[in-house]
Design a protein around this ligand. Structure first.
Ligand code: 4AD
Ligand code: MG
Length: 441
């Protein structure tokens, strides 16, 4: 007695994960035509379905006349349902191909797809971002991004941290007044959040260990490969933690999320030609340098930075090139850091802060440190930074009622992803980048 063959609908990634067991089975794949080639009695259709790309081979002898000639005239981005048999294909990155038995066109494009397999300029691609997302590289990057975000959440969720969502509308600056986006809030001036940190400090005093994860906004007037005006930041904050504990947390966190992404998205990382050895090198301990030690390294490299000045992209690149893993630079001069940073009691001219600089030129991916927990000192800092004390009344309350040492940091998702993927520019790491002069699409 023979069992009827059931055609299973599968995704391309099923071939990657369990292709062996699907060999010679008839399957259906639904997706879009990304490329096509012909050779005599064979048409090669490259079908993408969001999880990957598979070659579907139409052989004249396997299909009826109409299907064979149709397969020779399909336009790029035609949506399709393909039925066929799974076969091994040693040359394919996924290891399998489909021997086509039937084709169903869902929709034919009404015009030629603007992004052909040939090279296009970045400006053109950015203007067509909504379509560019379909390309193999962009799909790989966004899949890696989703896994990175999951790894970030899982890291904190599995270690007793409580997710506390920070507001987007805020009454005051957190990271300096020069990068604020002002909005009209019922006749009052409000700002899009630059960081959820101040709210996480309130959260930490209520819940001990907290984090927020959401979009943040900076009116950055700089056109660099590292700056977005809207980016995603994860910000843990912990009561009773000092700078040393903060650095340990940042180090452990980075090792864990990089390892997980490397493990779960190897196929996508390979599609981006990422050197996986560089990711495997991301192990504890990370080098830790004081700002003063970093200055000495820069000096040796021919870059003389006067004490008290912040590092720019060039300095960060020089420092990161010395190491094969992220480097943690702590105790910057307080004068270049935010008002809330606690000063080192042993050396009040420096702050108990840390920046983590990623390897390979991406620059700073983490900024954080220990917070000023003394009411009077903090009041003085708010005044010294020219910030309106009224707007910080609630924040000062945190120092009035049971203040404790506490610390945290913020990790920018896009720069981290650019580093993990080996991308030159952050614009490809977020589905719809927002930058100076870029808000469409
Ligand atoms: O160093 P930042 O400004 O730190 C803060 O906002 C702290 N309040 C965080 C905290 O302690 N809770 O920003 C943190 C990180 C940077 O290291 C960088 O990765 C990212 O946010 N970032 C940006 N990413 C893209 N575009 C920009 N314009 C960015 N500005 C900061
Ligand atoms: Mg910073």
């Amino acid at each position: 007695m023979s069992t009827p063959r059931v055609t299973a609908r599968i995704y391309v990634e099923d071939l990657l994960h369990r292709g062996e067991e699907l060999i010679d089975r008839e399957v259906e794949l639904w997706g879009w035509l990304t490329n096509r080639a012909s050779k005599g009695k064979l048409h090669f259709l490259h079908l993408r379905d969001g999880t990957g790309v598979v070659q579907c081979v139409v052989y004249k002898g396997d299909v009826d006349e109409a299907t064979f000639s149709r397969a020779d005239h399909l336009a790029q981005e035609t949506s399709l349902k393909v039925r066929g048999l799974v076969r091994r294909d040693a040359r394919s990155p996924i290891g399998f191909e489909i021997g086509v038995r039937g084709l169903e066109v869902v929709a034919e494009p009404t015009a030629e797809f603007p992004i052909s397999p040939k090279e296009h300029g970045t400006a053109f691609l950015m203007d067509h971002r909504h379509l560019w997302l379909r390309s193999r590289r962009q799909v790989a990057i966004l899949r890696i991004r989703a896994t990175l975000c999951r790894a970030i959440r899982d890291y904190f969720d599995s270690r007793g941290f409580v997710l506390v969502d920070a507001p987007i509308f805020t009454p005051a600056a957190c990271e300096g007044t020069s990068t604020l986006f002002a909005v009209d809030y019922f006749g009052e001036k409000a700002f899009l959040t630059q960081s959820g940190q101040l709210y996480m400090e309130a959260g930490a005093m209520a819940l001990g260990r907290v984090y927020c994860f959401g979009p943040t906004f900076r009116a950055e007037k700089s056109k660099t490969r590292r700056h977005l005006t809207e980016f995603w930041m994860v910000e843990p904050e912990v009561a009773f933690m000092d700078l040393a504990g903060d650095m340990d947390l940042a180090e452990d966190f980075l090792c864990e999320i990089v390892a997980r992404v490397r493990r779960e998205r190897e196929h996508e990382l390979r599609a981006l030609d990422r050197d996986l050895g560089k990711l495997d090198a991301i192990q504890k301990p990370f080098p830790r340098l004081t700002y003063d030690e970093a200055l000495a390294i820069l000096k040796d490299a021919g870059k003389d930075v006067p004490w008290g000045e912040d590092f720019g992209a060039d300095e960060e690149t020089v420092l990161s090139e010395k190491f094969d893993r992220p480097v943690m630079i702590h105790r910057y001069p307080s004068q270049v850091k935010a008002f809330y940073m606690k000063r080192d009691p042993a050396r009040p001219e420096v702050a108990l802060c840390v920046d983590v600089i990623a390897p390979e030129g991406v620059g700073e991916i983490i900024g954080g440190g220990q917070r000023e927990d003394d009411l009077a000192v903090l009041e003085g800092r708010i005044d010294a930074h020219g910030l309106p004390r009224e707007a910080f009344g609630w924040y000062l309350d945190l120092r009035r009622y049971g203040t404790v040492p506490h610390a945290g940091f913020g990790l920018g998702v896009e720069r981290t992803l650019a580093w993990i993927c080996g991308l030159h520019h952050v614009r490809e790491t977020i589905p719809f980048p927002r930058m100076l002069e870029k808000i469409v699409p």
